[in-house]
Design a protein. Structure first.
Lengths: 380, 147
């Protein structure tokens, strides 16, 4: 099996996917740092609204465009990068607005769209807009040609991959009959007025009080000049996802169903034509060598620690070993199910990752050629 | 999900949809009908999300949080003197494990403290992590008991 580092050697886009709460943002940042240390110009695009990543990277805040991690910060952490590390946090609303600004044929159309109620709902709604804008931003960064690799952190996904479907969904809508009907010359309202549908709609509006249809129609009219450009953009993004330099990295934690979750995600990605760079299992509990029978451990340590503390230590040791063994079983199931795919494990850091050195340690586990083995906890 | 009725009530200008949505929103806001229990794990991301969620529910939707449950809490960290004694002791895999869990539990306690401060007067309960990973009926009964 090749190591993750080889699988990502010629990657130009790395997309980290996986469920929430497995440390995807940290893994994305560590991958970015590791690739930058190996000489590449890297931009990490995160969606994590916490300040943690900005703090760890020594940046005041993350903007909606890449900011470079400064030489001073790197020097202070004793880290030398042969390449460059840039980071940004995706602002969905901002990116959407910028896209409209870029694609609108004139200022009037732009203002009309930005002020439209449906547009405002669409661009701020949590579901969908984040995925679409992440893709739009990715496309923007790739076409700028300022970076060798873009590492994209995505919204949590257990078995569906919304960002893969978003460009297609948008295309389907733009090219679909509903949009055409609403956009047809003479307009929907006028055409159906007097017909049964028109009467029914008018009645529906009066009874329900919902006149959303008018807003949708106004939105579609305002955006009709952009439809072609939006469609082209969606197609370009779709092509980018299955481009030769694009790799997905599936991030998970060693829990019971992780093998099935990862396999399901991998299936969806492969179906969509995306290459799989590897699987990262984050937060693996350290397995110690030697005896873990609490009675034996307690009696071994009694002379040094006293009976009470030795007993507690023996219990903690047995508990951690229990977690580590369960992790080991989950890893075995995962390795069996994902045979042939590069697999990297990252030891649980027993707390939050707060600085560049901690990120670098993770990146070494991710990108070391041997693949990181689960090791005993370091005694501090 | 909880904000959907209010959204509908705002989008509709009068009529049956508006009345229905407003009634559903009112039921969700009424603590006699609806109890909101926030569930978190003692990790930074989960605590951030819980704090944001509590603010959104309370400030934007006018809902009352009944309680907060924090799941998968590790055994309490060692007292300072004990931790110091363990750090000074000769290298041993069991001591390394104990110190590892001590660090992890200390990080959890920091997040719990942050969460407690944020939720203020809302009762907060913790559930211990099950090292054996069991999640059958017995485990459920034990959790129900401690809640």
């Amino acid at each position: 099996v090749t190591a993750l580092t080889e699988a990502l050697a010629d990657a130009t886009v790395v997309i980290c996917v996986g469920p929430g709460g497995v440390g995807k943002t940290t893994v994305s940042a560590a991958l970015g740092l590791g690739l930058a240390a190996r000489g590449r110009r890297v931009a990490v695009v995160t969606i994590d609204p916490a300040r943690r990543l900005a703090d760890a990277l020594g940046l005041d805040r993350l903007e909606n465009h890449p900011t470079r991690v400064g030489a001073q910060t790197l020097d202070a952490a004793g880290i030398e990068l042969r390449g460059e590390l840039w980071a940004m946090m995706l602002d969905a609303k901002r990116t959407f607005d910028e896209l409209v600004e870029t694609l609108a044929p004139d200022a009037r159309t732009r203002d009309e769209i930005l002020a439209n109620r449906v547009y405002q709902e669409l661009s701020t709604a949590v579901g969908g807009s984040q995925e679409y804008t992440a893709m739009a931003k990715l496309h923007e960064l790739v076409t700028q040609d300022r970076f060798d690799v873009i590492v994209l952190d995505t919204a949590p996904s257990r078995n569906t991959i919304d960002f893969l479907e978003t460009p297609e969904r948008l295309l389907g809508f733009l090219e679909g009959r509903a949009a055409h009907a609403l956009l047809a010359p003479g307009a929907f309202g006028a055409r159906v007025a007097g017909t049964g549908t028109g009467v029914a709609l008018t009645l529906l509006r009066r009874v329900t009080g919902v006149d959303l249809l008018d807003d949708v129609q106004a939105f579609l009219h305002a955006t009709s000049g952009l439809m072609g450009a939006f469609g082209d953009r969606a197609r370009a993004v779709r092509a980018l996802l299955s481009a030769p330099g694009t790799r997905s990295v599936l991030v998970t934690a060693p829990r019971t169903a992780c093998d099935r979750e990862v396999a399901a995600l991998a299936g969806r990605l492969t179906e969509a034509g995306m290459a799989i760079g590897g699987v990262v299992v984050n937060r693996v509990h350290p397995l110690a060598s030697g005896d873990d029978d609490p009675i034996a451990v307690a009696s071994r340590l009694e002379a040094t620690l006293g009976a009470s503390l030795a007993g507690q230590v023996a219990r903690r040791h047995a508990e951690l070993q229990q977690l580590a063994r369960r992790d080991g079983q989950a890893l075995e199931r995962l390795a069996a199910r994902m045979a042939g795919v590069p697999l990297a494990t990252v030891a649980d850091t027993a707390g939050d990752v707060h600085d560049l050195r901690a990120l670098l340690a993770i990146s070494e586990q991710l990108l070391s050629r041997a693949g990181a083995a689960t090791s005993a906890p370091a005694q501090e | 999900v909880l904000s959907a009725p209010s959204h509908y009530a705002r989008v509709a200008h009068g009529g049956a949809v508006q009345r229905q949505a407003a009634a559903v929103a009112a039921t969700l806001r009424d603590p006699r009908h609806t109890a909101i229990v926030l569930v978190a794990t003692p990790e930074e991301l989960a605590v951030n999300e819980t704090i944001d969620l509590q603010r959104a529910l309370a400030d934007d939707l006018g809902m009352t949080i009944e309680r907060v449950v924090v799941n998968r809490v590790l055994p309490a960290p060692f007292a300072d003197a004990e931790a110091a004694a363990l750090q000074a002791a000769p290298a041993d895999p069991a001591i390394a494990s104990a110190l590892w869990l001590h660090r992890a539990a200390s990080a959890q306690q920091r997040q719990l403290t942050r969460l407690r401060a944020a939720v203020g007067a809302v009762p907060l309960r913790t559930l211990a992590l099950r090292f054996d990973g069991l999640d059958g009926a017995d485990a459920l009964r034990a959790i129900a008991e401690s809640l």
